[in-house]
Design a protein around this ligand. Structure first.
Ligand code: FAD
Ligand code: NAD
Length: 445
């Protein structure tokens, strides 16, 4: 059987590797339109800051390593059409500008997502960047060297914006975040988002809310200022556009594959699309929110890997299920970690729950132990039955630990009174005698 994978970064690379592990006899071919493949985009902000010295270290596996596993990889090859009736693909060799056809028995679409780039005047000026692909990373680094920017404006105060605010600040570049919404981090409760907002201001990052990009001004072909929708002019010799991503669905849609209500490819729990024999995984497809039971689109690297694994197994003849997501995410800006799992209070209310929340600030280890750090967490539960619905945590303390405990509790559908008596590891360097999440749960039970 021949399995073809379209896209070779996170979901595609994982799907191909899993398919190979399930059955060594299948022919597996992966097409990737970029020159590089199987890289961690998540590591890019740290390459730009210099925390990661060698940019090639974010490449997880090379085509040669895939070849050793019996997976053929064709980089700089773009699949331009899927003929689902004939089970055939049209593939363009981007190096030689030639086109060929190839048949498949099973197909995995892992075409990912692309940055949203508004078509405003000046968008092509030198010094205007996005960050998504490996070539974006190279362009980012070259631009920093060539332009030696002093003032950056990041359009969009989302995950990339807040991670890059730290990166650019660490490079001595004065940074302004321009955010269209009236607050940053709309998936978080307003008071938790405000903590992050205040923290960024303390770190000399300027934030302009409720205003969007109107146009970019330039001189000598280089960007010189951002003009906002309300007419502000912000001088800038570097502009990063980070206003979100959209799923790459054109290829699938043209082949007659159904999209879901989020605009991404609709799949079932086996990652199967609406056309038999065709699977999808990663940022190009939607999934189920396990708390609301509704389709959701959560373009994250860990989800892409989990889904890729399931798509690869099923394409190879296995029978795996991806049960959906909780909405867990984490990022870091300066020394502050920011994380969420499950539903915010508003999302819980919108989903028909009767939510109640508690917010507390605590040390992340014994108060007397050197090096203790602080974190603030919000726990949200359903008032009717005490079931945990969500958790958000912000601070320099061990936010990741709190969020992963909460995510596990959500998976187990625990109530706050069950969580309140959880038997967690304790010694002074690791935790207060009662974990902050136990204390918060006790306040809700
Ligand atoms: P993609 O990474 O988009 O890969 C799809 C690939 O397929 C692309 O190379 C694309 O060019 C190629 N392709 C598309 N169409 C075709 C075609 N027709 N033929 C051939 N090839 C095609 N997520 C986290 O969970 N945690 C993080 O900390 C995190 N940090 C991030 C930081 C940054 C700066 C960025 C940009 C993203 C970050 N993410 C993070 C998100 C994560 O990188 C993505 O969710 C993940 O890369 C999705 O993988 P994917 O394989 O589905 O899609
Ligand atoms: P995002 O969706 O996180 O944030 C985009 C922000 O831009 C939002 O706050 C939005 O309100 C704002 N915006 C939209 N239009 C605007 C406009 N015209 N002017 C000004 N602001 C505008 O998207 P992103 O930061 O571009 O990141 C893309 C994706 O990459 C994320 O969705 C996430 O899935 C992934 N990512 C994840 C991590 C992580 O998990 N640590 C880190 C980086 C990126």
């Amino acid at each position: 059987m021949r399995i073809i994978v379209i896209g070779g970064v996170a979901a595609g690379a994982k799907a191909a590797a899993k398919a190979r592990r399930i059955d060594a006899s299948h022919e597996i071919i992966m097409y990737q339109d970029e020159a590089e493949m199987s890289y961690s985009a998540c590591g890019m902000p740290y390459v730009i800051s210099g925390v990661i010295e060698n940019e090639r270290s974010i490449i997880i596996r090379t085509p040669e390593e895939f070849a050793k596993q019996g997976i053929q990889v064709w980089t700089r090859h773009r699949v331009v059409a899927i003929d689902a009736a004939k089970q055939q693909l049209t593939v363009k060799n981007l190096n030689e500008d030639t086109v060929t056809s190839i048949g498949y028995d099973r197909l995995i679409i892992a075409t990912g997502a692309a940055p949203i780039v508004p078509s405003v005047p000046g968008i092509t000026l030198q010094g205007v960047l996005t960050l998504r692909s490996f070539s974006d990373l190279a362009r980012f680094k070259t631009t920093l060297t060539e332009l030696q920017p002093r003032h950056a404006v990041i359009i969009g105060a989302g995950y990339i914006g807040l991670e890059l605010a730290e990166t650019l600040h660490s490079l001595g570049i004065k940074t302004t975040l321009l955010e269209k919404s009236l607050r940053i981090l709309p998936k978080f409760d307003p008071d938790m988002a405000q903590l992050v907002h205040d923290y960024l201001l303390e770190n000399q990052v300027d934030i302009l809310l409720g205003d969007g990009l109107a146009q970019l001004n330039g001189s000598d072909g280089k960007v010189s200022a951002v003009q906002t929708e309300t007419g502000r002019i912000i001088p800038a010799d570097l502009v990063v556009v980070a206003i979100g991503v959209k799923p790459n669905v054109n290829l699938a849609q043209a082949a007659g594959i159904q999209l879901g209500c989020t605009g991404a490819i609709a799949v079932d729990a086996r990652m199967a699309t609406s056309i038999s024999g065709i699977y999808a995984a990663g940022d190009c497809c939607e999934t189920l929110n396990r708390l609301t039971g509704q389709p959701t689109w959560l373009p994250l690297g860990d989800i892409a890997n989990l889904q890729g694994r399931v798509a690869g197994e099923n394409a190879a003849g296995g029978d795996a299920l991806f049960p959906g997501v909780l909405g867990t995410a984490i990022f870091k800006t300066f020394k502050c970690a920011v994380a969420i799992t499950g539903l915010s209070e508003k999302a819980a209310f919108d989903a028909g729950y009767n939510p109640v929340s508690v917010k507390m600030t605590a040390n992340d280890c014994a108060g007397y132990y050197p090096g203790k750090q602080v974190l603030t967490l919000t726990l949200t539960a359903n008032r009717n039955d005490g079931r945990l619905l969500g958790c958000q945590a912000v601070g320099s303390g061990k936010v990741d630990k709190i969020i992963d405990i909460a995510a596990t509790a959500l998976l187990g559908r625990l109530t706050c009174s069950e969580l309140e008596n959880a038997d967690f590891a304790y010694a002074p360097p690791f935790s207060p005698v009662l974990s902050p999440i136990i204390v918060a749960a006790s306040l809700l039970s």
